[in-house]
Write a protein that binds this ligand. Sequence first.
Ligand SMILES: Cc1cc2nc3c(=O)[nH]c(=O)nc-3n(C[C@H](O)[C@H](O)[C@H](O)COP(=O)(O)O)c2cc1C
Length: 197
Amino acid sequence: MFISIVVGSSRQNSQSAKVGQYLAGLVRVKHSLHSVKDLLPKLWDHDDFESIQEQFAAKNELVTKELNKADAFIFVVPEWNGMVPPAMKNLFVICDKELAHKPALLVTVSAGMGGAYPVVELRMSSYKNSRVCYIPDHVIVRQVEQVLNTADSVSENDTRIRERLAYSVKVLEEYAKAFQGIRQSGVIDFAAYPTGM
Ligand SMILES: Cc1cc2nc3c(=O)[nH]c(=O)nc-3n(C[C@H](O)[C@H](O)[C@H](O)COP(=O)(O)O)c2cc1C
């Protein structure tokens, strides 16, 4: 089993990258950790959607290797102006079958008390063609600069979020096992239904 952790901030030394590192330490199966910028350095800006998908398939080994082989995803997504950052949305524009019928855990990040909007945005609009399956649990890491900074917890909030992350990763790992059967069932028909409704 393989879990791909994708950090949705395109900022250097982002807090989301810190959270991604922490999550990498919790995942008990093989995994990778990448920022969306490493995976997809170029924002989609081409008229011909088919051709840019082909370009990415041909050029970006990370995407084809790491996302295709993943059985599950953890998306670590900051809230920027109440939204998901464009680099993260780019993933859903360019990728689709790499994510299909795979469970994903949403972990959103806010320096303040935000972080709910990216959960809602991704749950609402990113799954239609990608067929990514968000598990019911998600985690919102609020006041991110105050938590996950040291090996041991330094506060009640730090402990609470560490426990919530550890629990949610365990739940994701079980979904990842169970969803393998769905993908192997022979029922999925991308030729007949390449997009959702
Ligand atoms: C362009 C931009 C817009 C932001 N807008 C919000 C916001 O709407 N709500 C919020 O809680 N934090 C907002 N923040 C602060 C982030 O929560 C903060 O940068 C946090 O560290 C997560 O982002 P990062 O992973 O890029 O570091 C914003 C940050 C940036 C760079």
